[in-house]
Design a protein around this ligand. Structure first.
Ligand code: PLP
Length: 425
């Protein structure tokens, strides 16, 4: 599409936007009645208006009949989990019984490593991206130690080549081949939180499994952002939080995917709890763990209904908007965003923004990470003061993400105008 850097053009794109009414489903931060521009859905998605009502329903059930609500609420709490797994399975591309909603992302990654990191002899290494999110780094380090290995040897990080910002897929694949018999697990993000780079999950999975390793993904920045096919790509496990692109609220309940081939595998090791015990006999409180033969077999304890409710509010909106429509808008909105940012660079004698997120559509989602070549912190502060929510990552990166469910083309255009003003001062 031939874009134009004008307000009229941006407004025309908004007028044609099939999802334009969904912005009204969210509470847009505002000051003195004027909406601010929120580009931080990559960090914490905005609050759906219907979240309050969903939470109130749980509070009402609790007040009316206490614990009996598990079985006798209008929407019984016992079945609430099933209302979440269907929508989530469409978003990450798997079967509903391959998803379970539980805990936080960091906890779920630990639980998955108990099951999928089973080092033996020299097959003990974990391959991951350099600059993985810190929680993931600490998680790998401590699991490796727990098995008696040295993280300096057993955690192998693959970094961008000198002078580059993103990791080349060919380098990842070559490393998998190189490590082969030593590789126990490949654990990557679906999208790196810092650079916004999308990794080629399908190819990585195939090659790592051919080498005899298990493969998992941290989808914190990918779930609800890009198209994923966990089941068809044969991924072993994945975990994600639901508070970024999935708008489940601060500290929202997280989710995990386990490929169905492991559900009935009696040799799987795991850390168990009573909520993962087979449903028909759970309340007989017998000794000896019998897992539910779905991803729910990895659940631990009583579910937090208020967090379920908060996530349901958001997933209903995704269902109503349609996941494929959201993706179509995401592609157009981000393409326009890149175009507008190029226009900002053109106003300068030499570029002021270096993009560290790959420009190729298949290698990025909503997020754009801009390495500011001059006055980075000052520009970030000026944007925040002007009412633009963006985030700062040391030493010089501004991350921001236009989100298809609530951001508009006009906001993107305005952002460009504001940035031009700030950099020209
Ligand atoms: C890529 C990634 N992994 C892990 C985490 C940790 O998630 P949590 O704090 O919800 O456990 C985050 C948090 O932002 C993240 O971005």
């Amino acid at each position: 599409m031939n874009f134009q850097p004008t307000l009229a053009f941006a407004q025309q794109l908004d007028a044609q936007d099939a999802l334009k009414n969904f912005r009204n489903e969210f509470i847009i931060p505002a000051e003195n009645g004027t909406a601010k521009q929120y580009f931080l859905g990559n960090s914490l998605g905005l609050q759906p208006k219907r979240t309050k009502e969903k939470l109130q329903t749980i509070l009402h059930d609790w007040a009316k009949q206490g614990v009996e609500s598990f079985f006798h609420a209008e929407q019984p709490w016992m079945d609430y989990h099933d209302r979440l797994t269907g929508p989530l399975s469409k978003i990450v591309g798997c079967l509903p019984h391959e998803v379970t909603v539980m805990n936080s992302l960091s906890v779920n990654l630990h639980l998955m490593l108990v099951s999928f990191y089973r080092p033996q002899g020299k097959r003990c290494k974990i391959l991951c991206e350099a600059k993985a999110f810190p929680s993931d780094q600490y998680m790998m380090e401590t699991h490796v130690r727990n098995h008696g290995y040295d993280p300096a040897d057993a955690v192998v990080e693959i970094a961008p080549r000198p002078g580059e910002h993103t990791i080349r897929n060919e380098d990842i694949l070559q490393k998998i081949v190189e490590l082969r018999d030593e590789l126990a697990l490949v654990l990557f993000a679906g999208i790196n939180y810092y650079s916004g780079q999308v990794f080629d999950m399908q190819t990585i999975t195939k090659l790592a499994q051919q080498a005899g390793a298990k493969v998992g993904f941290d989808l914190a920045h990918a779930a609800g952002n890009i198209e994923i096919q966990l089941h068809n790509w044969n991924v072993d496990f994945a975990c994600w939080c639901n508070y970024k692109y999935l708008n489940g609220g601060p500290g929202a309940i997280a989710a995990a995917y386990v490929h169905e081939r492991y559900h009935k595998d009696a040799s799987m090791q795991r850390f168990a709890g009573w909520w993962g015990y087979e449903k028909a006999t759970r309340f007989q409180m017998e000794k000896g763990f019998k897992p539910i033969q779905t991803a729910e077999g990895w659940q631990l304890g009583t579910p937090p209904l208020l967090l379920y409710a908060s996530l349901l509010a958001s997933l209903e909106i995704v269902e109503e908007a349609g996941w494929s429509n959201i993706n179509a808008k995401r592609k157009q909105l981000t393409a326009y965003f890149w175009y507008i940012l190029d226009e900002v660079n053109k106003t300068q004698a030499s570029p002021i923004i270096e993009f560290i997120t790959p420009r190729n559509e298949a290698e990025h989602g909503c997020q754009v990470s801009m390495n500011m070549l001059q006055r980075g912190k000052e520009i970030y502060t000026a944007l925040m003061e002007a009412g633009y929510f963006v985030d700062w990552r040391e030493p010089s990166v501004i991350r921001l993400a236009p989100v298809p469910l609530y951001n508009t083309f006009e906001e993107v255009w305005k952002f460009g105008e504001q940035l031009k003003k700030i950099v020209s001062r």
